[in-house]
Design a protein around this ligand. Structure first.
Ligand SMILES: Cc1cc2nc3c(=O)[nH]c(=O)nc-3n(C[C@H](O)[C@H](O)[C@H](O)COP(=O)(O)O)c2cc1C
Length: 368
């Protein structure tokens, strides 16, 4: 029996959440996901906390001007207790559902400062930090963590600390920090959290479709699901999950719907990015995921990545998503095998300058 969430915050069970994603889960993307069928919970990308930090205005926008009627948690990354507490007090002046602590960011430049995933090496530090945050959070205090740094040595003791400090909700990304985004997700470890902590657990990591989500819930016993990259690829995923949970017919998007998603992305995320080519580059960050489910050969992915000017970019979208009746083709529920969203540094790509730019754009190694 999984515990219910602590109060009536969550309109439906099992709850779903959009995972925090730096430079992705902006107000604009929240508006898009809201349009296609919102999750029960939103989390902001992380507010960086240090001696001189102030909550970043562009992240506050997603709280103060929340485009949905769903609660939004403010995520913090940091380790300095005085400034973490100071930042919590500042954030409590905004309409947040609660404070979330990032204990998972795997970017070396982050974990080397002993924040994000770096904290997982130091249970004593976590003990102090959770205590200090709990003290200044009168409402909900939640944690998002990976299962360890290089291994799961400290996992069980950290789960005990989650109980000790009365954390209200725990999201577990079932990989170690060293596992980045590539290692297999360890769903048994997520189950271990469900069996160990008193609060509800959201299972996170490679929840790619409704079928996978159902399997993850059954396997882990988690209270709900947190979804990141697959909500970029398929922004209808929360709607599909809710329809499934409610026993309703499940919406099947077509490539024509995906073409509409591209237009909405262009329009909603445009603000502040006036230069056309820069905006095309930003959209590729999203379409790198979307393209995994457009055609099994990866034609859309390859051609879209080469576009620079908006007219070329939209012509490619029309060719691959609309023309010749393609708009009626179902958008695949799962990524096609072998199509990767993030060309990794090891990927056998050409040495051209444009390719290098593309790798930079799509590289997730610098994000959490
Ligand atoms: C582009 C990107 C940015 C991310 N930024 C954050 C972040 O700010 N805070 C955080 O806790 N996790 C961040 N993550 C990790 C995700 O929240 C999530 O834990 C991870 O992607 C695994 O879930 P998924 O397989 O559903 O994507 C980010 C992931 C991606 C892909």
């Amino acid at each position: 029996m999984t515990p219910p969430l602590p109060d009536t915050l969550i309109p439906s069970q099992p709850p779903t959440a959009l995972a925090p994603m730096q430079d992705v889960t902006t107000r604009a993307f929240m508006a898009i996901v809201n349009e296609y069928g919102p999750p029960d919970l939103f989390f902001t990308e992380y507010f960086r906390v240090h001696e001189h930090s102030r909550p970043e205005a562009h992240i506050l926008e997603s709280i103060d001007d929340n485009p949905s009627d769903r609660p939004v948690f403010a995520q913090l990354i940091g380790e300095d207790i005085e400034h973490m507490q100071r930042t919590v007090r500042l954030l409590l002046e905004h309409p947040i559902a609660g404070i979330d602590l990032n204990m998972g960011c795997p970017a070396p430049k982050v974990y080397k400062k002993n924040v994000g995933g770096g904290l997982l090496r130091d249970p004593d530090k976590i003990d102090a930090l959770l205590g200090a945050l709990r003290e200044v959070c009168p409402g909900r205090f939640t944690v998002k963590m990976r299962i360890g740094f290089a291994d799961t040595e400290h996992y069980a003791p950290i789960l005990k600390l989650i109980n000790k400090h009365d954390v209200d909700l725990l999201s577990v990304h079932g990989r170690t920090v060293k596992g980045m985004y590539r290692s297999e997700v360890d769903y048994d470890c997520i189950k271990q959290a469900v069996d160990s902590v008193a609060c509800p657990v959201l299972a996170n990591g490679d929840v790619s479709s409704v079928a996978k989500g159902q399997w993850v819930l059954a396997h882990t016993g988690a209270s709900g699901l947190m979804i990141g990259r697959h909500a970029i690829r398929n922004p209808w995923i929360f709607r599909q999950l809710r329809e499934t949970f409610d026993g309703q017919p499940v919406f099947q998007p077509t490539l024509g719907d995906v073409r509409g998603y591209v237009d909405l992305l262009w329009k909603e995320t445009r603000k502040g990015r006036h230069e056309d080519e820069r905006h095309v580059a930003y959209l590729k960050k999203f379409l790198n995921f979307v393209g995994q489910s457009v055609d099994p050969e990866g034609h859309f992915l390859r051609t879209m990545r080469r576009a620079r000017a908006p007219e070329d970019f939209f012509a490619i979208c029309d060719e691959c998503l609309v023309n010749g009746g393609r708009d009626q083709i179902p958008f695949a529920a799962e990524p096609y095998p072998g199509l990767i969203a993030r060309p990794s540094r090891e990927a056998p790509t050409g040495p051209s300058a444009s390719n290098a730019g593309e790798l930079q754009e799509c590289n997730l190694d610098n994000v959490t």
